[in-house]
Design a protein around this ligand. Structure first.
Ligand code: FES
Length: 504
């Protein structure tokens, strides 16, 4: 019988200390301003600074605490969410090979950075296995094997994945890697901050003026720069042409102690949504990370069931001793399957990088190279593949329509939904819900002391209504993935303004 000792924190934040960079408290001028100290922003910064540019980086929280510290630390040349077969179908052989090259090279770039900066971040080359657990998944797996070969990504078809349960055929990918993603971005942060000491934490961007010179405005100072890079996972502020082509997804992860012996590797099944697994360790010994149960942000009524689903999966497949960690992550799926990286026509001096699906660690790394090359005027064969203003009707149409129908449905439907409680007294401690107050909907959160915090449920990005996420105690917006903490402060996504407070 297993012991469930839920700890709602990522193993990466548990094993690393927060960085302590200063807050921006003045107005400064640099060559390039980067918003977001995660893997995209810091990869871009390291390339630019190595070429002599003066770069300032601002982070709303601590380094890596937006997204980079909350994934599973897989580094793979495989495409798992969109698959090489569909990229090949929609974009052709040449572009698929460039995509495959990006995935392979990104792992090499990360390894090179680790060597160059002498980082200790648990990096290890290991094989990866995409496997069919059910016989009726073998055909799709073989199709994926052919597409992966066409992408020039090294792989081999084998009979079984080395797991303690039965599998039918697997694609073996050599030279994949695992690492501690938070320690890696912290190492990059130390390296880039060592140069000009222009990395600022706890610095919230409230707006960006675009033009020949751009001004990044924060609550405590401004940065004037020739170029701005939004390394914020999804662009903050209003970018309707991009945000309507992205689907925000939440994914769930648990850290499990098992009695089984598992070969060190990255593992992905062919379920929909798929499960992903890898080994790591903490002060109590080896730990198996299992992720999955993905769903569109803000659309699941009871998000705690996602952790339950993962726990049941763990018990079905392993001899579980205890489940010691659980956390969740956000990702963005682009409608045509490829990330959007570079400047847009509307804002030629602002560079975005988003839509990495579940491959944000490799995506953020090659995005850094593409953006840095564009700013430096260096030719980069990958840039055209990921141009944000590309038009690819074959691949985009269905996803664009379904994503926008979903957004409109939320904009209207969430306003008409019945409230979840009639009075504040009905709300249990530690929970949030939407209730009616004086004829208007309000988002109400009752903290553990019994104090009720009232906020407008209207997302400050583009006006959709937020929903309560009971697993993470957050307010999540289903339209473009904006997320706020229990008392309405922005934690993720496009919004830059907190939810409006309502006096009780
Ligand atoms: Fe766009 Fe909420 S994130 S409306």
């Amino acid at each position: 019988m297993s012991v469930v000792t839920h700890r709602s924190e990522s193993i990466w934040t548990h094993k690393a200390k927060e960085t302590t960079f200063p807050q921006l408290k003045e107005n400064i001028t640099v060559d390039v301003a980067i918003v977001g100290a995660g893997i995209t922003g810091l990869s871009t910064a390291s390339y630019l600074m190595n070429r002599g540019l003066k770069v300032a980086i601002v982070e709303a929280n601590h380094v890596g605490y937006g997204v980079s510290g909350f994934n599973s630390g897989h580094l793979t040349s495989m495409l798992l969410d969109m698959k090489y077969s569909s990229i090949h179908h929609d974009f052709g052989t040449e572009k698929t090979q460039l995509v495959g090259q990006c995935q392979v090279d990104a792992i090499n770039m990360i390894e090179a950075n680790i060597r160059q900066y002498g980082m200790d971040c648990e990096f290890k080359r290991i094989p990866g296995f995409l496997y069919a657990e059910q016989p009726d998944q073998v055909k799709a797996l073989e199709k994926e094997f052919n597409a992966t070969q066409q992408a020039n990504v090294p792989c081999e078809l084998i009979d079984h994945a080395p797991l303690p349960f039965n599998t039918h055929k697997a694609i073996l990918l050599p030279e994949q890697a695992r690492f501690h993603p938070l320690k890696y971005v912290q190492g990059l942060a130390q390296a880039v901050a060592a140069q000009d000491e222009l990395l600022f934490e706890n610095t919230h961007v409230v707006g960006i003026d675009q033009g020949e010179q751009c001004v990044v405005k924060t609550r405590s100072g401004t940065i004037t720069a020739n170029k701005v890079v939004l390394g914020t996972h999804t662009p903050i502020g209003l970018w309707p042409s991009i945000q309507t082509r992205l689907e925000p997804i939440r994914s769930y992860i648990i850290g499990v102690r098992v009695n089984d012996i598992i070969a060190d590797g990255l593992y992905w099944d062919m379920d929909e949504p798929y499960h992903y697994m890898r080994l790591t360790e903490d002060e109590n010994g080896p730990l198996l990370i299992i992720g999955g149960e993905d769903h569109k942000t803000g659309e699941k009524e009871d998000t705690a069931t996602c952790f339950k689903g993962l726990e049941e999966y763990a018990h079905r497949h392993y001899d579980v001793r205890s489940i010691d960690y659980h956390w969740s992550a956000q990702l963005y799926d682009p409608v045509d399957g490829l990330p959007y990286i570079g400047p847009t026509q509307a804002a030629p001096n602002v560079y975005i990088a988003t839509g990495f699906t579940g491959e944000g660690l490799t995506g953020g790394t090659y995005a850094g190279k593409i953006i840095a090359d564009a700013i430096l005027g260096v030719d980069n064969a990958w840039a055209a593949v990921y141009r944000p203003d590309r038009v690819k009707p074959l691949a985009s149409a269905a996803g664009f329509i379904s994503e926008n129908v979903g957004t409109v449905a939320h904009f209207v439907g969430d306003r008409l939904k019945p409230s979840e409680a009639q009075t504040e007294a009905e709300i249990p401690a530690g929970k949030g819900c939407i209730l009616m107050k004086e004829g208007k909907k309000v988002a109400a959160y009752k903290d553990e002391s019994g104090k009720v915090h009232l906020m407008s449920p209207v997302c400050t990005h583009m006006g959709c209504h937020v929903n309560w996420n009971n697993a993470e105690k957050s307010w999540d917006c289903p339209c473009h993935g904006g997320r706020y903490d229990a008392t309405g402060h922005v934690i993720d996504g496009p919004p830059v303004k907190n939810l409006d407070k309502i006096e009780g």
